[in-house]
Design a protein around this ligand. Structure first.
Ligand SMILES: NC(=O)c1ccc[n+]([C@@H]2O[C@H](COP(=O)([O-])OP(=O)(O)OC[C@H]3O[C@@H](n4cnc5c(N)ncnc54)[C@H](O)[C@@H]3O)[C@@H](O)[C@H]2O)c1
Length: 287
């Protein structure tokens, strides 16, 4: 992909303080975009901006909780007034809650629905409205079907893979996939692209920061460490996911499974739903 691909573009990335969000911020900055790095952890977002500046890009850090409707309204308004309407928005911030549905309490559901689903809803509707009002364009791309802008929502292979180990997580990611498909249909006439990116396992901090229900504190620590080790063993770096995100924007892709297990699960969900139901019985974590 050309290093001048996003010259002059303004990109917003949520959850940009680590994992896929930081890698995506850097991949976009490397191709000429100005990156707004948003995260609930201000210091982490600021570190990302320092890294984008080392690449010669301009950027700014914002502290925002994507689950907080008022904070997201304020953030979207601040992006427009401090900068302008963004050309690219990557709704990436997400958390993991794993463990059986029968042990998943209302607070656990509210937390994961807040970040993984409401965060994507807020980011999509607030910035899509701005893009529609602007009615213009990714700089220098008048021939592109996503000339009016592009929204990327980070779902997961869990969106098409039911799992007894991750009922709350899978539910939020399936919803993000459907939301993205609906929004893509709605915005196509405005020349605004929407992509759902569905990665399999990748070595980020998600399991370290995650919640495991149905076990005591010691069990939770042990299982977090084990899940984190498994992600590292998979050895699929977030930078590769970021490259797929860049490619998805450039090519205006609708749904992008990332890495081998995501492709296999995506294909099986279409041709062999019975096999997916068998896989759903395996008590293993899926990010
Ligand atoms: N790592 C994987 O294997 C994997 C696989 C598929 C999908 N995903 C998805 O990728 C996305 C990024 O996850 P990651 O793996 O990079 O995780 P990560 O934990 O490494 O990074 C997530 C970032 O989001 C931030 N964040 C968390 N809650 C927030 C909130 N309420 N508001 C704003 N920022 C918040 C964190 O501070 C952190 O910087 C998530 O949506 C996740 O569900 C991850």
């Amino acid at each position: 992909m050309s290093l001048a691909l996003f010259d002059g573009a303004l990109a917003v990335v949520t959850g940009a303080g680590g994992g896929f969000g930081r890698a995506t911020a850097l991949a976009l900055a490397e191709r000429g975009a100005t990156v707004i790095a948003a995260d609930i952890d201000r210091a982490a977002a600021e570190r990302t901006v320092v890294l984008t500046k080392a690449l010669g890009a301009v950027g700014a850090a914002y502290e925002v909780d994507v689950a907080d409707a008022a904070a997201m309204e304020h953030f979207a308004a601040a992006v427009r007034s401090d900068h302008r309407v963004p050309d690219i928005v990557v709704n990436n911030a997400g958390i993991a809650v794993s463990g059986p549905l029968l042990d998943t309490g209302v607070d656990d559901w509210e937390r994961i629905l807040g970040v993984n689903l409401w965060g994507v809803i807020h980011g999509s509707r607030l910035f899509a409205k701005q893009m529609v009002e602007r009615g213009e364009a990714l700089p220098n791309k008048p021939d592109k079907p996503n000339y009016g802008g592009h929204i990327v929502n980070i779902a997961s292979a869990a969106a098409f893979a039911p799992s007894r180990a991750l009922p709350a997580y899978c539910t939020t990611k399936a919803a993000v996939l459907m939301l993205s498909e609906c929004l893509r249909g709605e915005l196509a006439g405005r020349r605004i692209g929407v992509t759902a990116v569905c990665p399999g396992f990748s070595a980020t901090g998600i399991m370290r920061h995650g919640t495991i229900v149905g076990v005591d504190a010691a069990g939770q620590e042990r299982m977090r460490a084990r899940a984190d080790r498994l992600l590292r063993l998979r050895n699929y770096p977030p930078e590769k996911v970021a490259e797929r995100i860049v490619h998805a924007i450039a090519k205006n892709k609708a749904v992008v499974p990332v890495n081998a297990e995501a492709h296999v699960l995506h294909a099986l969900s279409r041709i062999a739903p019975g096999a997916m139901r068998a896989i759903a019985r395996i008590p293993a974590p899926l990010g």
